[in-house]
Design a protein around this ligand. Sequence first.
Ligand SMILES: Cc1ncc(C[n+]2csc(CCOP(=O)(O)OP(=O)(O)O)c2C)c(N)n1
Ligand SMILES: [Mg+2]
Length: 803
Amino acid sequence: MKTNPNTKTEITFEDFKTEVINDYKLAVTSRECSLLGRREVLTGKAKFGIFGDGKEVPQIAWAKAFENGDFRSGYYRDQTFMMAIGELTIEQFFAGLYANTDLSEEPMSAGRQMGGHFATHSLDENGNWKNLTEQKNSSADISPTAGQMPRLLGLAQASKIYRNVEGIDTTNFSKEGNEIAWGTIGNASTSEGLFFETINAAGVLQVPMVISIWDDEYGISVHARHQTTKENISEILKGFQRDKDTNGYEIFRVNGWNYAELIDTYQRAAKVARKEHVPVMIHVQALTQPQGHSTSGSHERYKNKERLAWEAEYDCNAQMRQWMIDNNIATDEELSTLEKEIKKAVRDGKKAAWSAFINPMKAEKTEVVSLLESLEKSSSNGVFISKLKNDLNAIDEPIRKDILSTARKALRYVISETSNEKIALQDWIDNYIEKIQPKYSSHLYSESESKAEYQSEVLPTYNADATEVDGRVILRDNFEAIFNNYPEALVFGEDAGHIGDVNQGLEGLQEKFGELRVSDTGIREATILGQGIGMAMRGLRPIAEIQYLDYILYALQIMSDDLATVQYRTKGRQKAPLIVRTRGHRLEGIWHSGSQMGGILNLIRGIHVLVPRNMTKAAGFYNTLLESDEPALIVECLNGYRLKEKMPNNIGKFKTPIGVVETIKEGEDITLVSYGSTLRLVEQAAKELLEVGIDVEIIDVQSLLPFDLNHDIVKSIAKTNRVMVIDEDVKGGASAYILDQILNEQNAYQYLDSQPKTLAAKPHRPAYGTDGDYFSKPSIEDIFEAVYDVMHETNPNDFPKLR
Ligand SMILES: Cc1ncc(C[n+]2csc(CCOP(=O)(O)OP(=O)(O)O)c2C)c(N)n1
Ligand SMILES: [Mg+2]
């Protein structure tokens, strides 16, 4: 062989040999990490292990085709690839296994994710973009199988946008759209709907996406015959193959133990995807799992002797080794020496990682032991404190739980004592929690200067003769301003392109800004969401439209598992400031007027949830979010597009602040808290209540996450001494969330003279038609009567029983 598999330029046999040997070294290093990693779990030093053994060689071939600027979206088997691109050392591998919370030791997630979940840093320590074109990039993994697929689509589509849309500053993100988004998935996970949805969408969009399927015939214990029709994913996906007349995929099939063929395949795949923006599928077959699926079980339970013998023979590292000997690249002896050296290097790396993990905690233990020693002497409960101290001291390799729980328990023995030693321990505990808690809880939201909360309000302003227009016109004109102001902004969704969305909030914008920036998509909510995540991770400002709130459930898993956790799971080193636009509430029928707000709120902590009551407020939220670096969901009122609103004269500029409530009617008797479409009913009920002498105060929450950052609601309750939360979700949903915030975060209980109430919808889905709505959701009469009842209870003389 005379060609370097990487560059295809003429090289000497010696150079070639060196490259192969280096590749083999890496394969063996990765394998040794897996073997030792399993031992660390079985001996109790780490909690769980899932490794890349049996998948080493294809990942080395892949890494050779992976260039700066490219992105990976993969899963837990990809450790060899991460090592090959220089983004995972032996020490870091073990730091991940131990859950080291120091980002400089464990750069994947600072110990937040279990080992095998990989990431690179797209942001610096201040949350600013690094130059992604000068580094190899890996979007942060998530555990749900196939959950990496929707995001992969967006990572690939970003290249298409950067190549074809003019006016975007590409400096940090793209070189003419030449970047490939590389995906990996296990054979069994291709059974997931997300896989099929993504494959189809990438074929439609023709984006530079290369998906590798690591096929080891199993998904934990379940064989391919239960997973895949014909037991062969590339066989059944043959119809996606492009031909001279149609778009589609290039599909390759290659054995995972064949080093030379793998290198050739990955080079060919890269060429097609990078240059032509054609998606590629590489079915890497005949892979193995030398240690079984994970540390949780053993594969001898479900693989027969023949299969196990075959796996031993076709182990990709073993095959590569034999191939090297057969082709005079190295002798058996030379390789054995090399393998021994690697074993030692991995052992040393493991030891270093363990010391880095445990030493800081040993020091923390010493601090507490010494504090307890002093406390024991000064306390009448010294015997008990001494026992706690000795128990802690006996733990050679303590974790933070051991240390902190001992300190906290010790404090209980000195509850009724006063001493400097007690104060010292109290201070230590407070400082420790303050220092340590963020290691586990920071970065659920952005901590950068562009945090959405920092955006201050800019009010809409009006000409004296401002006209009243349909709400959707304000939204449309505001979107037009957004696309003019932000070349990197784009919107896509079902019917969002040609007709400008089902309610015409994007009317005419495709003509003005082109099909790439204002586009129609297939009916595929999960990948619409994923498209947004991937593009946002590469510096674009996507607005992903989910046609109706009711259908967000299809995308909710990806919002919850992926989008909501991006900042958190990377400790602020990746972000996806995606805006999800949807519309809902109060129209007609079970699937066009639902309000799953409680479910949404509780599942997507990490994403802002905004519920504007009209289109001016909604437009202001879009303007706010585009100036910030965080993801958000905006729920527009489905019945508000044709309601009249005054046209502001500062379209594109006014901003609705997030986390700020608005008092829309002042009153003395009771505070009514609501949001969105329901407010219109609350306002009407308020007018009618005034007729019987009840003067309510109405607060529009506007922003459910974050919630009333200034604690204005409790100020209102301090005045009225009564509160009712009204919404159209089921009982225990959003209204319960709001009441919890008011009672537990704002301590409103101290001002209450009446029981705090919630008024919500019936537990079933809303029935069809006007009567369906009337008998399913809180009506004006329901609100009137619920409020009246509270006042009757307070003052039955002035407010005699109504019914
Ligand atoms: C949505 C979801 N369901 C189930 C699991 C549990 N699980 C983890 S890995 C796995 C098997 C995956 O098999 P495959 O895709 O073939 O990958 P392999 O581990 O064989 O490389 C399962 C069922 C999960 N992580 N996510
Ligand atoms: Mg498998």
